[in-house]
Ligand binder design. Structure first.
Ligand code: B12
Length: 289
C-alpha cells in the first residue's frame, strides 16, 4: 500500500483555490490530478500532480507561499508550532504585508486549537511581559497585536463553519471595562469550527446588553471574557448568571483577569483558563447540523 501521508486532501486543495470541494472533485474527474484512495475511501492527490497543475495554471494559485510549503512536504514541522518564531515574525514585520503565518500552520495540518493555545496565547502573554518591562514600546505592542488580529481573520476564512437552520448560537463579549477583544476572535474560531453561529459583541459590554443580545439571538451559550478590567464583577456576573440559569443557557467565562472568587463551577456555568478545555466542553454542548 502507498504511503499517502504527504498526499493532499480534496478539502485542502479547495481551500487553497477558494472553491468548493465539489469543484476539486470535478477537476479530478477531468484528470487534472492523479489520485489514490485511502483505506477509508477518501481521495488523496499526488503532490507532484498538484505542483504540475500550479505550474500550468499559475493565476489560480493565489496563495503561492502556502503552496510552496505544501509541495515541499506536509509533515507537521515543529517550527510551525513554535510561538517564539511567531513572535519574531510579528516583531520583524512592521507593515501589514501580511504573510498569514497562522493560515500556513493550518494548512500544514496543525489544529486550530493547537494554533490558538500553543502559538497565539503564549505570544500574547510574551508581548504583555515585554511591554510591562518596557522592553518593547507601546507602538510595537499595538502593531504586533494588530498584525496578529489580521492573521486570525485570515485563518477564520479557512475554517468551514457548517452553519444552518438549527445551529446553536453563542454570544461572545468582553465584560464592562475590558477592551481586550482578541480572546473573542479566538473563541469564535473554535466555535465556528464546531458548527456554532456566533454573535460577537466586542469590548466593554454592560450585563444588560449581554442578556438582551442572548435573548434576541436565541443563544444557547454565553461566553464572557475578562483580560483586564477595574470594574468589580460580582453583581455583573450574578445578573448574567440569573438570566442564563432561568433561560437554560450555558454560561462560560475565562481570561486572566476573571476574578478568582467567580471561578468555581455551578449549575450551567464554568470558568476556563484554557481554550483546549473549552474546546472539549463546547463540542459536547451543541451538535451542529
Ligand atoms: C493586546 C493587549 C492590549 C491591547 C488590546 C487590543 C485588542 N483590541 O484586543 C490594548 C493596547 C488595547 C490593551 C490595553 C490595555 N491593557 Co492590555 N494587553 C494586551 C496583551 C498583550 C494581550 C491581551 C490578550 O488578548 N490576551 C489573550 C490571552 C493570552 O489572554 P488570557 O486572559 O490569558 O486568556 C486565555 C484563557 O483564559 C482563555 N480565555 C480568555 N477569555 C475566555 C473566555 C471564555 C468564555 C473561555 C472559555 C476562555 C477564555 O483564552 C486565552 C488563551 O488561552 C496582554 C498580555 C496578556 N498577558 O494577555 C496585555 C495586558 C492584559 N494589558 C494590560 C494592561 C495593564 C492594559 C491597560 C490597562 C494599559 C493602559 N494603561 O492603558 C489597557 C486596558 C484597557 C482595558 N480597559 O481593557 C496588562 C494587565 C495587567 C493586569 N492584569 O493587571 C497585561 C497583562 C499586560 C501587562 N503584562 O502589563 N492591551
Amino acid at each position: 500500500m502507498k504511503n499517502l501521508r504527504n498526499w493532499l486532501t480534496t478539502s485542502e486543495i479547495s481551500k487553497i483555490f477558494k472553491v468548493n470541494v465539489s469543484t476539486i472533485k470535478r477537476w479530478i474527474d477531468k484528470g487534472f490530478f492523479r489520485v489514490s484512495v485511502t483505506s477509508g475511501g477518501h481521495r488523496r492527490v499526488d503532490p507532484k500532480d498538484f505542483k504540475a497543475f500550479i505550474a500550468k495554471y499559475p493565476k489560480l494559485a493565489g496563495n503561492s507561499y502556502v503552496i510552496k510549503k505544501i509541495i515541499k512536504g506536509k509533515e507537521l514541522n515543529k517550527k510551525a508550532l513554535n510561538w517564539q518564531n511567531y513572535y519574531i515574525y510579528l516583531y520583524s514585520n512592521s507593515s501589514l504585508n501580511v504573510q498569514n503565518k497562522l493560515e500556513e500552520m493550518f494548512l500544514l495540518n496543525v489544529s486550530v486549537v493547537d494554533i490558538l493555545q500553543n502559538v497565539v496565547a503564549p505570544t500574547l502573554v510574551h508581548i504583555g511581559k515585554l511591554w510591562q518591562k518596557g522592553k518593547i514600546s507601546i507602538y510595537d505592542e499595538h502593531r504586533m497585536t494588530f498584525l496578529l488580529r489580521m492573521d486570525l481573520l485570515g485563518l477564520e476564512k479557512l475554517i468551514s463553519g457548517r452553519i444552518g437552520f438549527g445551529s446553536p448560537t453563542a454570544v461572545l463579549g468582553c465584560v464592562a471595562g475590558d477592551n481586550h477583544e482578541i480572546p473573542l476572535l479566538m473563541l469564535h474560531l473554535l466555535l465556528k469550527q464546531q458548527g456554532y453561529r456566533t454573535v460577537i459583541l466586542g469590548i466593554n459590554n454592560p450585563a444588560s446588553e449581554i442578556i438582551h443580545a442572548s435573548r434576541k439571538e436565541y443563544a444557547s451559550l454565553i461566553c464572557l471574557t475578562q483580560t483586564f478590567s477595574k470594574i468589580r464583577l460580582d453583581s455583573y456576573f450574578d445578573k448574567v448568571y440569573k438570566y442564563a440559569k432561568s433561560s437554560k443557557v450555558w454560561l462560560a467565562s475565562g481570561g486572566a483577569g476573571w476574578p478568582i472568587t467567580l471561578r468555581k463551577s455551578k449549575k450551567g456555568y464554568r470558568y476556563f483558563d484554557s481554550l483546549s478545555e473549552f474546546n472539549k466542553f463546547s463540542k459536547k454542548l451543541g451538535k451542529p447540523v
